[in-house]
Design a protein around this ligand. Structure first.
Ligand code: PMP
Length: 404
């Protein structure tokens, strides 16, 4: 049974008020709130286990190392990677993409080589590649979408040329909520011998992910969007690919031997983990993954699907409502505009009613250009949101609309 009352009790922040109104937190696409077990994991580890990992002979260091490495195993299991060698801890999705873009471009791409991204990418999956394009003269190709916000597989196929080296696409759009057909995208890319990076920032909290079933070459996500702490994220990479890529940053942890003449690098995954890792964050991330696993990703997906369906139906009752993104496969993100009301005004006035939504371009300016708008209001739901909160949102929107 999906015990929403119990779930909401696990997130203390949900019972606070803002401007004297109960908080209705619908900005989960930006970051999720944290269950008590995640916050307690952070304080508990600092209070009772804190010591730098990997290098210490002493008890605390070994205990901290064990927790950190056990967390890697928790992540491995959560996304069904083959081996913990394939799980690299990073600071988040952005750093994971930059790591791959930089090392992949350096080792696998030459001037004129091409990377395929989609029109609905977050800036972190555009700019990371553009930085490499500027350095190496590589070229970005863009998968277009239809009016419903679905990528065109036929157009995608046409983008492949003998110079295509990698595809880098979002699993779920942070603006449209579209769940992209990543298995298909991977299958087509592999038919051209091209690897695929999947940006899982918006999928990991909402749908079960199996990197082997997807046959993803790289899969990246942020801890803070899946009820974990900020500052920690994951890069999954197939061992064969991670082996081929050079180190990203130099420092401690990532080396085997160092002399002034020559340095040899550590084995995977440590080759990509320069410096003291966020071992407090990794433990807390594992707690977050354990938390959602205990509820069940299938249950969360079904519950949020119900919420999204309900919200789509209720929002459409509002006069002047324009919803951006009506893909057949849609996650719990809804972007909209009402009449001529500026997204910023709508967001600001909803805030005064205790409703937290996001406004603006959502770090997806090229998508805004494609839609011919400057920005949207975005409501994004998490496992703890309710239909009652959606009713509050709809009533809030109607109230704001009357003011214009
Ligand atoms: N990709 C997508 C699809 C996202 O939604 C986000 C966060 N909004 C990111 C990448 C970047 O994540 P982070 O800021 O945690 O690195």
């Amino acid at each position: 049974m999906y015990d929403i009352t119990k779930i909401r009790e696990d997130f203390p922040i949900l019972s606070r008020t803002v401007y004297g109104k109960p908080l209705v937190y619908l900005d989960n696409g930006a970051t999720t709130q944290k269950p008590r077990c995640v916050v307690e994991s952070i304080t508990d580890e600092y209070y009772s286990v804190n010591a730098n990992v990997h290098r210490g002979v002493h008890f605390l260091s070994q205990q901290a190392t064990n927790l950190h490495e056990a967390s890697r195993e928790t992540v491995r299991k959560f996304i069904n990677a083959r081996s913990i060698s394939e799980i690299v801890f990073t600071r988040g999705t952005t750093e994971s993409i930059n790591l791959v873009a930089s090392t992949f471009a350096d080792s696998q791409m030459k001037e004129g080589d091409e990377v395929i991204v989609s029109v609905m990418e977050h800036h972190s999956n555009i700019v990371s590649w553009q930085l490499q394009a500027a350095r190496k003269g590589i070229v970005l190709k863009v998968i277009p979408m239809n009016e419903r916000g679905e990528l065109s597989l036929a157009e995608y196929e046409k983008l492949f040329t003998p110079r295509t080296r990698i595809v880098s696409v979002a699993h779920v759009s942070n603006v449209l909520g579209t769940i992209n057909p990543v298995s298909e995208l991977v299958r087509i890319a592999h038919a051209h011998n091209v690897p695929v990076l999947i940006d899982g920032a918006q999928s990991i909290p909402h749908i079960p992910v199996d990197v082997q079933a997807l046959d993803a070459d790289f899969y990246v996500f942020s801890g803070h969007k899946v009820y974990g702490p900020t500052g920690i994220g994951v890069l999954y990479g197939k061992e064969a690919w991670l082996d081929k890529l050079p180190p990203y940053q130099g420092g401690g942890e990532m080396i085997k031997n160092v002399s002034f003449e020559k340095t040899t690098f550590n084995e995977l995954p440590f080759k990509f983990e320069a410096g003291t890792p966020d071992y407090i964050g990794s433990t807390a991330l594992a707690k977050a993954l354990d938390y959602v696993s205990a509820i069940g990703m299938e249950q969360i997906e079904a519950y949020e699907h119900g919420l999204t369906q309900y919200a789509m139906q209720r929002l459409k009752e509002v006069r002047g409502m324009r919803i951006f993104g009506e893909a057949a496969q849609k996650s719990s993100v809804i972007s909209f505009l009402v009449g001529n009301i500026h997204h910023f005004d709508m967001g600001t006035l909803l805030d005064r009613l205790g409703i937290a939504v996001r406004t603006g371009h959502h770090c997806a300016e090229p998508l805004m250009h494609r839609l011919g708008i400057e920005g949207t209001v975005r409501a994004s739901f998490a496992l703890y949101n309710t239909k009652e909160e959606i009713d509050v949102l709809v009533a809030g929107i109607e109230r704001v609309a009357k003011m214009f």
